[in-house]
Write a protein that binds this ligand. Structure first.
Ligand code: CP
Length: 319
């Protein structure tokens, strides 16, 4: 089956998922991001790679980090950035997603950055671009439902590579609400493609997908066992807004069993790093002493996210 993210020459034309993204494409994105990191330290934080291009940010779901860092990244590449105010747009009057997209294409959009509560929405837009013969318009998935959050996955890989270098020697624990997490799925596919030594999925049975074992991870229901001798701990937010029904007794019970405290973190390697995609629920999945502690690289993830998003957009635009 053709990979909808790649053109006939194997070049990236959309970024929809880390699933099926070849290792060399991923590595190229991470290497390109490295070259963009210093742009943020310049007096004039701009390069002209997307000059004259129009990037439309379409966020149908809330966001702080992804929306803002995509906007910063596009501006640092000198693009014109248009943030659609979804609440005031005609989607609020019942216009369909694809009618909205057609109108924005008529305004000469070059790239759509899309966050949507429905899994598959960015994919639908990418297919639509092909159907209407506009394969020059690129789509970036900024998080769709429970499905994928590929730029978060890539910035997580960038962070791990920055602090730990060689993926093959690493044990990575992904802890918490994996069932509802598009970040976990994107991280697991990316870690597999980059050859991580061992990936662990740690959480209560009710918050693990039934087919998790088929994703090539080791499953742990006990946090202490799952953390033992890890190099990287990726904590996930408890996603109450995506839960249907009572999957947990209470937030405090969850913290007792799965909250990352300094005592639990001490079971990982002494130089283990702690990551979290944000937003964090302090006192639910992570103790403030860990979130603000010396092993946390959570704010570095955010900074690296700008460089990774610059890399993705610049590669899509053909640079
Ligand atoms: N990590 C992440 O997607 O955060 P936001 O929801 O704030 O964009």
């Amino acid at each position: 089956m053709l990979n909808p993210q790649l053109d006939a020459n194997g070049e990236l034309k959309h970024l929809l998922s880390t699933e099926g993204l070849p290792r060399e494409v991923m590595t190229h994105i991470l290497d390109t991001a490295s070259s963009f990191l210093e742009v943020s330290d310049r007096d004039v934080k701009k390069v002209p790679l997307l000059r004259g291009k129009s990037v439309f940010n379409l966020f149908f779901e809330n966001s702080t980090r992804t929306r803002t860092t995509f906007e910063i990244a596009a501006k640092r590449l000198s693009a014109d950035v248009i943030n659609l105010d979804v609440g005031r747009s005609s989607t609020a009057k019942g216009e369909t997603l694809l009618d909205t997209i057609d109108n924005l294409v008529a305004m000469h959009a070059d790239m759509f950055v899309v966050r949507h509560a429905s899994s598959g929405a960015p994919h639908l837009i990418a297919e639509h671009m092909q159907r209407i013969g506009r394969e020059d318009v690129h789509v970036v998935n900024a998080g769709d439902g429970r499905h994928a959050h590929p730029t978060q996955g890539l910035l997580d890989m960038y962070t791990i590579r920055h602090f730990k270098r060689d993926f093959s020697k690493l044990t990575v624990a992904i802890v918490g609400d994996i069932l509802h997490s598009r970040v976990a799925r994107s991280d697991i596919f990316a870690l597999a493609a980059l050859g991580a030594g061992e990936v662990r999925a740690v959480g209560p049975q009710t918050l693990l997908p039934s087919a998790i074992g088929r994703m090539g991870v080791r499953v742990f229901n006990d946090l202490a066992e799952g953390l033992r001798d890890c190099d990287v701990v990726i904590m996930l937010r408890l996603q109450n807004e995506r839960m249907n029904g009572a999957l947990l007794p209470s937030a405090s019970e969850y913290f007792n069993c799965y909250g990352l405290t300094p005592e639990k973190l001490a079971l990982a390697k002494p130089d283990a790093i702690v990551m979290h995609p944000g937003p964090m629920n302090r006192g639910v999945e992570i103790d403030s002493l860990v979130a603000d502690g010396r092993q946390a690289v959570i704010l570095s993830q955010v900074t690296f996210g700008i460089a990774v998003r610059m890399a993705v957009m610049s590669i899509l635009a053909g640079n």
